[in-house]
Each structure stands twice: as structure tokens, then as C-alpha cells.
Design a protein around this ligand. Structure first.
Ligand code: NAP
Ligand code: MG
Length: 403
């Protein structure tokens, strides 16, 4: 069988610990035998980040801007313990934070739905994709404790010296105040990323804030979304047969619980933080969750939502058997390969991505899975496989798919 050819390289960002081990297995067993894989390789493993003074992370983000599609392995975000463990020159910043800032993107997270791993919410038939705005609000706030009676104000001094002020509260005793902000520029690119992703995946888009209470702040989010939608996306949504739906956040929560799923839920920063944990745990497991960073200019970076699975890696180093779930990492690859295929008009590559996903899901549905899934599945008579056996089992299903 001749291998599938690629025209443009994918940006490949290698990572750390157990996911780095899975990364190599996935390439060796599921990709390289079938694809003449073209990648521009960047080693974001912590050791190499340290050797290059983290330049490799910036280089990989620049390559992503150049080629348009990247696939990333989970990486260690160093803390004090890691600085010691790896004898680091510095406590390097989170690679995801660096890449996100350079790509100016929005993160979309979607559960991988498979028979036998049922969501806790019975009526959720299709995945709910969460789009979280990752700038500002309470994450960049200024707070103050008020010790006693007095007047709290918001003061804005414009560059021309003019001053606007508003009273927050006339305190008659102790209390607290908080100031926060957001930027039209950031809300604008959040909105565009959401509209583009909805068109891309042909799913309805929901967005919600508390604009009835927050008549200026949250209303600004609502207005910016609506203006951009009316001016640039209305016709495209109609043509694609999808809708943009705005409602209040409490109404959205109630509707989400009653829904069948199958849409994108765009959330402000705090709502997205809270709701993504709710949605992901209700769907089963972090190891069954994909994550893609989409920039407003249409650049894509695919990864798994989980970390480097450190505990399993230490077992692996001791020569003990691990049963680490590679599904989210496989889906990071298939997402990237499909997008590359789409951009290059490479149908064969897109079909391969579909088949690899199908093979992965059918392996689980046939009762072969890793330990994390075996603990929560509703299937009977399951076989628990180790990390390597699971990938080999997917290889068998894939060969049948491709035959
Ligand atoms: P983690 O890697 O997400 O793993 C936490 C626990 O979740 C694991 O110990 C395991 O539970 C379970 N788990 C996660 N993924 C799994 C998988 N694929 N298969 C089976 N079980 C899985 O988080 P962590 O151990 O707290 O963090 C390790 C490193 O990852 C940290 O250095 C952190 O900086 C980094 N991190 C990176 C990213 C990223 O690159 N996107 C994201 C988050 C964290 P059991 O131990 O109970 O089996
Ligand atoms: Mg959180």
C-alpha cells in the first residue's frame, strides 16, 4: 500500500513525560506506516526549552503562524519542584500561555463521545464544545478591603487629562471592592474566533452574559458579538444552516442542561473556567477531551486537554506497567491532519483522520480500553489494556478500516 502524501508540513510540538512516550508510539504505530508524514519538528520537552532559553517555544508559535496548523503534546509548566528536578536555569513560563499570547487565540474544548462512556446528563447526545474567552475580567482584577465608613469611586483619567468618575458605594462600615477591565480588541477577536469555529464545525453558537445586571460591562460583550455577527457572519451562518443565539447566562445554563448537545457554548472568562470543568466531568474524563486553539486569523493548534500524566510516567520509569489513555492525543493528531488536509485540498489525508478516529472509538466500543475508562464504562466484559497494547489494538482496527 502506498503512503498518503502531504504537501505542507504540520508544526509538531513534542512534549514531556508520559505523553511524550505516547506521542512516539502514536507516530510509530498509527501514523508513519500510513502517511509520508511531513512535519516541522519542535522539541518543547522541558530540557530542550531550558537549553534554548525557551526560544524553541516562540519558534514553534512563529512556525504555526507561518504554516497555519500545529499539533502539540502536553508539556510541563515548571514550578519550584520542576526547577530542581530538571536543574532549570529559570522557571520558564507556561508554553501554552506563550503560544496563546502569540496566536491571540480562543481555546475550544470538546469531549470525545463514545458508546459505553455515558455523560451524567442523560439527554446530552452530542458533545458540547466550550469556548472560553481567556483575557481579563476577574483574572486581571484589582481588589481592596475597606476597613470602615467612606466613599468608593471608579476614576478614569484619559490621556488628555479629562476625568470621569462614578460612585461604587458609600460605605457605612467595613467591606470589599474590586475593579476589573476588558478590551474591545480582545472581545472582538474572541467573537471572531467563535464565529469562525462555528462555521468550520457547522455547529450552532450560543453566547451568554449577565447584561441585564451589568448594563455596560456585559452589554459591551453582547453588543460587540452582535455587531460583528450582523456585519460579517449573518449570511455565512444562514448559508451553513447554523444559528447564533444570545441569551442570559442563567437561561443558558438551564437550556444547556435540557439540551441534546451538539453546539458551541461561548463563555466569558469566569463562566468558561467554571462551566468547562462542569461540562468535561459530566462527559466522563479529561483523557477524552480535545482542545484546539484558534486564532482570529484562522491558525489552529491542536492538543489534548490533559497534562503530561506525571504519576504514570514515574511508574513507567520504574519499569512498571502503565495504562495511560492516548485517545485525546490521537485526536489532537487527527484534528491537525484533517485541518491540514482541508487547507491543502488533500482528501486522502482528511479521510485517514476520520478512519483513525473511527478505529479508536470502535476499539473502545468493542470493550478494549485503558484503566481510566474501564472504571467508568457501562460496557460489560471489558479488557483493560496497557498503554502500548491499547495503541496496538487501535492499529488492528485501523488496518481493517483502511482495507
Ligand atoms: P495530568 O497530567 O492531567 O494528570 C492528572 C491525573 O489525571 C493523572 O494522574 C491521572 O490520574 C489522570 N489522567 C490525566 N490524563 C490521563 C490519561 N491520558 N490517561 C489516564 N489518566 C489520565 O495533570 P498533572 O499530573 O497534575 O500534571 C502533570 C504535568 O502536566 C504538570 O507539570 C503540568 O504543568 C502539566 N500540564 C500540562 C498541560 C498542557 O500541556 N496542556 C495541561 C495541564 C497540565 P491517575 O493518577 O489517578 O491515574
Ligand atoms: Mg478551572
Amino acid at each position: 500500500m502506498s503512503k498518503i502524501q502531504m504537501t505542507t508540513p504540520l508544526v509538531e510540538m513534542d512534549g514531556d513525560e508520559m505523553t511524550r512516550i505516547l506521542w512516539q508510539m502514536i507516530k510509530d504505530d498509527l501514523l508513519l506506516p500510513f502517511i509520508d508524514l511531513k512535519t516541522e519538528y519542535y522539541d518543547l520537552g522541558l530540557k530542550h526549552r531550558d537549553e534554548t532559553d525557551d526560544q524553541v517555544t516562540k519558534d514553534s508559535a512563529n512556525a504555526t503562524l507561518k504554516y497555519g496548523v500545529a499539533v502539540k503534546c502536553a508539556t510541563i509548566t515548571p514550578n519550584a519542584a520542576r526547577v530542581e528536578e530538571y536543574n532549570l536555569k529559570e522557571m520558564w513560563k507556561s508554553p501554552n500561555g506563550t503560544i496563546r499570547a502569540m496566536l491571540d487565540g480562543t481555546v475550544f474544548r470538546a469531549p470525545i463521545v463514545v458508546k459505553g462512556i455515558e455523560p451524567c446528563v442523560r439527554n446530552w447526545e452530542a458533545p458540547i464544545t466550550l469556548a472560553r474567552h481567556a483575557y481579563g475580567d476577574v483574572y486581571k482584577n484589582t481588589e481592596m478591603k475597606i476597613d470602615g465608613p467612606g466613599k468608593a469611586e471608579i476614576v478614569f483619567t484619559a490621556d488628555d487629562g479629562s476625568v470621569s468618575r462614578a460612585t461604587i458605594h458609600n460605605f457605612d462600615g467595613p467591606g470589599v471592592i474590586q475593579g476589573m477591565h476588558n478590551l474591545d480588541r480582545s472581545i472582538d477577536s474572541f467573537a471572531r474566533a467563535c464565529f469562525n469555529f462555528a462555521l468550520d464545525t457547522k455547529q450552532d453558537l450560543w453566547f451568554a452574559t449577565k447584561d441585564t445586571i451589568s448594563k455596560k460591562y456585559d452589554h459591551n460583550f453582547k453588543d460587540i458579538f452582535q455587531e460583528i455577527f450582523d456585519a460579517e457572519y449573518k449570511d455565512k451562518f444562514e448559508a451553513a444552516g447554523i444559528t447564533y443565539f444570545y441569551t442570559l447566562i442563567d437561561d443558558a445554563v438551564a437550556r444547556v442542561m435540557k439540551s441534546k448537545g451538539g453546539f458551541i457554548w461561548a463563555c466569558k472568562n469566569y463562566d468558561g473556567d467554571v462551566m468547562s470543568d462542569m461540562v468535561s466531568s459530566a462527559f466522563g474524563s479529561l483523557a477524552m477531551m480535545t482542545s484546539v486553539l484558534v486564532s482570529p486569523s484562522g491558525v489552529y493548534e491542536y492538543e489534548a486537554a490533559h497534562g503530561t500524566v506525571q504519576r504514570h510516567y514515574y511508574k513507567h520509569l520504574k519499569g512498571e506497567e502503565t495504562s495511560t489513555n492516548s485517545v485525546a492525543t490521537i485526536f489532537a493528531w487527527t484534528g491537525a491532519l484533517r485541518k491540514r488536509g482541508e487547507l491543502d485540498g488533500n482528501k486522502e489525508l482528511m479521510e485517514f483522520a476520520d478512519k483513525l478516529e473511527k478505529a479508536t472509538l470502535s476499539t473502545i466500543e468493542s470493550g478494549k480500553m485503558t484503566k481510566d475508562l474501564a472504571l467508568i464504562t457501562s460496557l460489560k466484559d471489558v479488557t483493560v489494556l496497557n498503554s502500548e497494547q491499547f495503541i496496538k489494538a487501535i492499529r488492528e482496527s485501523l488496518e481493517k478500516e483502511l482495507a
